[in-house]
Design a protein around this ligand. Structure first.
Ligand code: IPD
Length: 266
């Protein structure tokens, strides 16, 4: 099966598992003490499902998953899996969480990898973005293209925060400077969906420090193949230090501001 078609199939099918496995009502107060358990159980089930499907369909490929880590292969392809991106939203029932599946050629390092295919399935609104390297991006089969954006001060900008408290302090300081210079900020809670919304023009720009390969791989390809610039700061590629995505000109404006703020430090 074509890698993009397989990524699409896997992301949608794991999405169905997640949808049907989440109780109608999760009592958040009752769940808080065991929040990690609840989320981890469904994360694990989703990743185990993806791994079983891949073992049957592509037994020679390697896998890197958020829950189970790395397993080796011989084909040169690694599947990079985020079984639930947006786990806090999943816990609370906020409607923005996704399954992210990408096929990567070469090292699984955002600075050196080639992502050849990816799919992001947004579970609650049942939409799936897919992309193939050099073959464009679609949402539910309909091509998406990034439009030229207005000036930075007219842009709706998505961002996110990692879980580390110290890093959150510096991210908050960066936000203090970015917020007055843009139309508004959205913290939607799933990096994979944020990148796809850039591809669809539903937000203008996105930036985040601290992304893991599984948060980034599929969504970055979707954004890039839709015509977005996806980059880091100071001429570096997008990755853990910083990821910025959006239409070319205005992405340069945001990159310049983030460089001035040393947003990839601390
Ligand atoms: C998180 C989400 C969130 C982003 C965090 C990620 P997870 O992934 O993508 O939007 O801000 O940096 O870690 O933990 O829900 O898979």
């Amino acid at each position: 099966m074509d890698l993009r078609v397989l990524a699409d199939h896997l992301a949608r099918t794991a999405g169905e598992l997640i949808r049907s496995g989440r109780p109608e009502r999760v009592e958040v107060a009752a769940t808080k003490s065991s929040a990690v358990d609840v989320v981890t159980r469904m994360d694990r089930e989703s990743e185990a499902f993806l791994r079983r499907e891949l073992a049957a369909e592509r037994p020679d490929d390697a896998i890197l998953g958020e829950e189970e880590g790395a397993s080796d292969g011989t084909s040169g392809i690694t599947w990079v899996l985020d079984p639930i991106d947006g786990t806090v939203n999943y816990l609370y029932g906020v409607a923005s969480y996704a399954v992210s599946v990408a096929a990567v050629l070469g090292p699984v390092d955002p600075a050196r990898w080639t992502v050849v295919a990816g799919a992001v399935h947004s579970v609650v609104d049942d939409r799936t973005w897919t992309a193939g390297l050099g073959a464009g991006s679609t949402v539910d089969g309909v091509p998406v293209r990034v439009e030229q954006a207005p000036r930075l001060d007219e842009c709706l900008v998505g961002t996110g925060f990692g879980y580390d408290a110290q890093r959150r302090r510096t991210q908050a300081q960066v936000l203090v400077e970015v917020l007055p210079r843009v139309r508004d900020i959205r913290r939607l809670g799933s990096a994979a969906i944020d990148l796809c919304l850039v591809a669809s023009g539903e937000i203008d720009l996105y930036y985040e420090r601290g992304l893991n390969p599984w948060d980034l791989a599929a969504g970055a390809l979707v954004a890039q193949e839709a015509g977005a610039t996806v980059t880091g700061l100071r001429g570096r590629p997008a990755g853990q230090a910083m990821t910025v995505a959006g239409p070319r000109g205005v992405t340069g404006e945001l990159v310049a501001l983030l460089e001035e703020l040393d947003a990839d430090q601390g």
